[in-house]
Design a protein around this ligand. Structure first.
Ligand code: ATP
Length: 203
């Protein structure tokens, strides 16, 4: 049997610039994240927080610079990524199957986000906060090493915020990486915060 262990998760963003539309959104951005890090990504509207998360997720290309990641990535942003016509349980199971995760992982994620009572409800009937909890449950189900969470606290009640804090803390404690893009500081200990510059046109 091989004794080789999987490499630790990491993110290395090196001197990255991005042009979106005709705007320079990020310029000369360098960020490193290591196993166990929780990083708060902050900055003014339009400074590129979502852009950075999408770059790291591989959904956008950098105009200059390089991005290297180690480990599996899950992104939760404004796009719910759950089939509106499926029940919450089935929509999560779709992703569990895609990610090679187990039904147990799905059940644990439902419990962590207090969604058991909504498991048989179609995704399209969820409220704003419930949809947000379901999108976080998808990240939990994925068993990804790197969580990229875009405004994860928006729309959550205080009990759900506490559950999310617990999930983030536990993920980092077991060696995962979490990037949280948010305007308000997370109430958990963050390794450091990354402040993105105000966009040039707004400065
Ligand atoms: N699809 C797109 N095409 C062109 N420009 C875009 C696109 N999406 C975003 N942008 C621009 O990129 C810039 C950064 O947007 P981004 O969504 O990353 O900012 P943000 O920091 O997440 O903002 P907010 O705090 O308002 O959520 C903005 O100027 C925005 O107009």
């Amino acid at each position: 049997m091989s004794s080789r262990q999987a490499p630790l998760p990491s993110i290395s963003v090196d001197n990255v610039a991005v042009i979106r539309g005709n705007r320079l959104v990020l310029r000369g951005l360098t960020v490193t994240a290591r196993s166990g890090d929780i990083i708060w990504v902050r900055g003014a509207n339009g400074c590129g927080k979502s852009t950075l998360l999408r770059l790291i997720a591989g959904l956008l290309h950098a105009t200059a610079g390089s991005i290297q990641t180690e480990g599996r990535i899950a992104l939760a942003d404004e796009n719910l990524a759950l089939d509106a016509n499926l029940t919450v349980a089935k929509a999560l199971m779709f992703w569990a199957d895609m990610d090679g995760a187990s039904a147990d992982a799905r059940s644990a994620a439902l419990a962590d986000m207090d969604l058991q009572g909504l498991a048989q409800v179609p995704v399209r009937f969820l409220s704003t906060g419930q949809r947000k909890r379901a999108s976080i449950a998808r990240v939990l189900t994925s068993k990804a090493d790197i969580w990229l969470l875009d405004e994860p606290y928006n729309g959550l009640d205080s009990a759900s915020c506490a559950r999310l804090d617990q999930a983030i803390t536990a993920h980092a404690a077991t060696g995962g990486i979490v990037l949280v893009a948010a305007h308000q500081p997370p109430s958990i200990n963050v390794a450091h915060s990354l402040i993105l510059d105000r966009p040039e046109a707004d400065a």
